[in-house]
Design a protein around this ligand. Structure first.
Ligand SMILES: NC(=O)c1ccc[n+]([C@@H]2O[C@H](COP(=O)([O-])OP(=O)(O)OC[C@H]3O[C@@H](n4cnc5c(N)ncnc54)[C@H](O)[C@@H]3O)[C@@H](O)[C@H]2O)c1
Length: 303
């Protein structure tokens, strides 16, 4: 494969840690002085990357933030509503400090509905760190309780405001910095399996509508931002045991069995089960993945 077109295909892109795989094997064969070594986990490393995570005070957002730190991120800035971070955030911050890889977790009070505030905070991060590589838009709410024919205007709008507009403002804020530094980046929007299928039990049309909008938002942003090497993907979890779902389970304990029966694995998921996919999406291990929805629902979709 030496013709011009193959050369052009090759120079379109190269891994920063090339050669990999077959290329590495061929190079090692040609040069016996090269000692082959495994590189697959190097591709997942987030060494020195800077990240912003919304909803990072607890749950999936915080789980994600810790994961990015473990993978080597220089710093992960967590945005959330409370003035002061939670006990579990402080414990996580301490845990990260003790990892010994110079990574750190920072907390900022910010409401994702406030576009100007998010732009400003992201700009401050960019000014301070001189890069912004990863964004995880995880802030979200659910407001069950009223059927779709009775849902008051404000209740419906509130969910759309946080779960759709807030995700957009977060992605925008981070994307502007990524574009500014010209290094590309990875934006991961936490959508939901409920963006593609309706939820059995609680009446949450506002939630499913908002999450569905996020799926299309990511595809559109991915198409606009591909030329800047900014990748935009969604991650769609099924039922995961967090405070959000815990509130439903407290009110309706029978839902645990019902939700567990909805997938072939026969259980709901743990937040830590998202660690691998988040690291993959954030890292150079997924550089050809954009505009995609990664479903992590124990097989709910397969039924
Ligand atoms: N838990 C699940 O089963 C599940 C499944 C699919 C998708 N998700 C999505 O994952 C994300 C995280 O959910 P979770 O289960 O960890 O819930 P959670 O309630 O534990 O965490 C959500 C976080 O978002 C924050 N938040 C809410 N409104 C905000 C605002 N206006 N500005 C900033 N932060 C705000 C909350 O304070 C909270 O810390 C949400 O987007 C949720 O819709 C959850």
């Amino acid at each position: 494969m030496t013709s011009g077109v193959h050369q052009r295909a090759k120079i379109q892109s190269t891994s920063p840690i090339a050669p990999l795989g077959i290329e590495a094997a061929v190079e090692a064969k040609a040069n016996p002085s090269i000692q082959p070594r495994p590189k697959i986990f190097d591709e997942f490393a987030l060494t020195d990357r800077v990240a912003l995570v919304s909803g990072g005070n607890r749950g999936i957002g915080l789980e994600t933030a810790i994961t990015l730190c473990e993978a080597g991120a220089r710093v992960v800035y967590c945005f959330d509503l409370p003035e002061e971070p939670s006990e579990v955030f402080l414990a996580s911050q301490d845990f990260v400090r003790k990892l010994g890889n110079n990574s750190r977790l920072e907390y900022f009070r910010a409401d994702v509905r406030d576009q100007q505030l998010l732009w400003k905070k992201a700009e401050e991060i960019g000014d301070k760190e001189q890069r912004l590589d990863i964004c995880v838009a995880a802030a979200g709410i659910v407001r069950p309780g009223t059927g779709c024919l009775e849902s008051p205007e404000e209740a419906f709008k509130e969910v759309i405001d946080v779960n759709t507009n807030g995700v957009f403002f977060t992605a925008q804020a981070a994307g502007r910095q990524m574009a500014c530094f010209g290094r590309g980046g990875s934006i991961i929007m936490i959508a939901s399996a409920a963006g593609s299928v309706a939820v059995k039990g609680p009446e949450v049309t506002s939630y499913t509508s908002a999450k569905s909008a996020v799926l299309q938002m990511a595809r559109s942003m991915a198409c606009e931002l591909g030329c800047k090497k900014i990748r935009v993907n969604t991650l769609s979890p099924g039922y995961i045991h967090t405070q959000m779902t815990g509130a439903f389970l407290d009110m309706h304990p029978e839902l645990l069995d019902e939700w567990s029966r909805l997938n072939p694995l026969g259980r709901i998921g743990r937040p830590d089960e998202l660690r691998g996919v988040v690291t993959w999406l954030a890292s150079d291990a997924s550089t050809f993945c954009t505009g995609s929805d990664i479903i992590m629902d124990g097989g709910h979709h397969a039924w």
